[in-house]
Design a protein around this ligand. Structure first.
Ligand code: UDP
Length: 331
C-alpha cells in the first residue's frame, strides 16, 4: 500500500541517477517547482559534486544505492523519474553488464516502487533505441535499426527492454507511465572525460590540443541544451501521454562542422585530426519533435551558441579548479 500523506501536499519526487548530469539538473528543476526530491545514485558515473550545492536543503535527500537492488522508501511518493544509467558510449563500453542491469533490473525496481507507491513513472529512454537509423529524421513511430550484439547493444537493448517493461507495467499493472526518448544533450555537469563529443571537443579546444573527429566527420547529431530538455521532460510527466515522446533539438550538424564551431566558440588554436570511426556509430541523428510540439506545446529555445558559451565556461572553470588543486599539491 502507498504510504499515507500527512500535512500539506508538497509533491514528492524520486530521481534515480540524481547525481548524474541530467538527474541533477532535473533535481534542481523539481526543487524550484516546490517538490521534495529524493535522489538515488550509486556514483558509478554520477558525482556528488553535481548535488553538493543542495547540502542542507530540507527538501532534498540523497541516498547512495544501486537501483538494481530493492528500493525501500518509508514515505509517500508521487513521481518516480528513472534516470540511472551510464549514458556515454565509452562509459557503457566499460560497464556493459552494469548498463544492461540498470536498464533491466533497475527499471524493474523503479517501476516496482512506482506501483507500490501509486506514483507516476517516467523512463529516461534514448534516441539510441533507433540505432543507426534508416528513417530520417526519427519520429516515435520508427522501430529502429539496432545491432543487438555490437558494442552499443548493451545500452540500446537495455533501453529497448526498459521501454517494453514500462509498457507492460502500464498495461498489466495500470501504472501511469511516461517514456521520453532523449536525443543528444549537453551542458554544465557533463564529465570532462566522459568521451562524449561535447566535453571531448571543448576539453581539447581549451587546451589547444588536436580535436579528434571520428571517421570523416560527416556523421550528424543534433544537440539540445540541458535546460530545454528538462523543461520538455517535466511537461511530459505532467501530460497524459503514455506513449514515447522524442525530446531534443532538431538543429542538425556534421561532427566536422561541430568541431569548427567549438574551435570558433573557444577561440582555440587546435587543429582537427581524423581518427577511426567507432563501430556502429550512427551516421545520422535528428529528432522529429512534431509530437512534442503538438501535445506538450514544447520546443527548444536555447541557441547552440548560447548553450555552448555556458558549457565552455563551466569546463574552463573545472579545468582551472583541477590545475589549482595540482599546484597546491605540488607546493
Ligand atoms: N565523436 C567524435 N570525436 C570525439 C567524440 C565523439 O567525432 O572525440 C563523434 C562520435 O563518433 C559520434 C558523435 O561525435 O558520431 C557523437 O558522439 P557521442 O559520444 O557524443 O554520442 P552518441 O551520439 O554517439 O551517442
Amino acid at each position: 500500500m502507498p504510504a499515507k500523506r500527512s500535512g500539506p501536499t508538497q509533491p514528492i519526487s524520486v530521481v534515480t541517477g540524481g547525481a548524474g548530469f541530467l538527474g541533477s539538473h532535473l533535481t534542481d528543476y523539481l526543487l524550484a517547482k516546490g517538490h521534495r526530491v529524493v535522489a538515488i545514485d550509486n556514483l558509478v558515473t554520477g558525482s556528488l559534486q553535481n548535488i553538493e550545492h543542495l547540502g542542507g536543503n530540507p527538501a532534498f535527500k540523497y541516498i547512495q544505492q544501486d537501483v538494481t537492488e530493492f528500493i525501500f522508501l518509508d514515505m509517500p511518493v508521487d513521481y518516480v523519474w528513472h534516470f540511472a544509467s551510464p549514458a556515454s558510449p565509452i562509459d557503457y563500453l566499460e560497464l556493459p553488464i552494469q548498463t544492461l542491469k540498470v536498464g533491466s533490473l533497475g527499471t524493474h525496481k523503479a517501476l516496482g516502487l512506482a506501483k507500490h507507491k501509486n506514483a507516476r513513472f517516467l523512463l529516461a529512454s534514448t534516441s539510441e533505441i533507433y540505432g543507426d537509423p534508416l528513417v530520417h529524421p526519427q519520429p516515435e513511430s520508427y522501430w529502429g535499426n539496432v545491432n543487438t550484439i555490437g558494442p552499443r547493444g548493451c545500452y540500446d537493448e537495455a533501453k529497448r527492454f526498459a521501454e517494453a517493461l514500462t509498457m507492460a507495467y502500464y498495461r498489466e499493472h495500470k501504472v501511469d507511465t511516461r517514456i521520453v526518448r532523449i536525443f543528444n544533450t549537453y551542458g554544465p555537469r557533463m564529465r570532462l572525460n566522459d568521451g562524449r563529443v561535447v566535453p571531448s571537443f571543448v576539453g581539447q579546444a581549451l587546451k589547444n590540443k588536436p580535436i579528434t573527429v571520428f571517421g570523416d566527420g560527416s556523421q550528424t547529431r543534433s544537440f539540445c541544451y540541458c535546460s530545454d530538455l528538462i523543461e520538455g521532460i517535466y511537461r511530459l510527466m505532467m501530460s497524459s501521454t503514455n506513449l514515447p515522446v522524442n525530446i531534443g533539438n532538431p538543429r542538425e550538424m556534421s561532427m566536422l562542422e561541430f568541431a569548427r564551431t567549438i574551435i570558433q566558440a573557444t577561440g582555440s588554436k587546435s587543429k582537427i585530426i581524423f581518427t577511426p570511426l567507432p563501430q556502429d556509430d550512427p551516421k545520422l541523428r535528428q529528432p522529429d519533435i512534431t509530437l512534442a510540439r503538438r501535445i506538450l506545446r514544447w520546443e527548444p529555445k536555447v541557441k547552440l551558441e548560447d548553450g555552448l558559451a555556458e558549457t565552455i565556461s563551466f569546463f574552463a572553470n573545472r579545468e582551472e579548479g583541477v590545475r589549482q588543486k595540482k599546484n597546491r599539491r605540488r607546493a
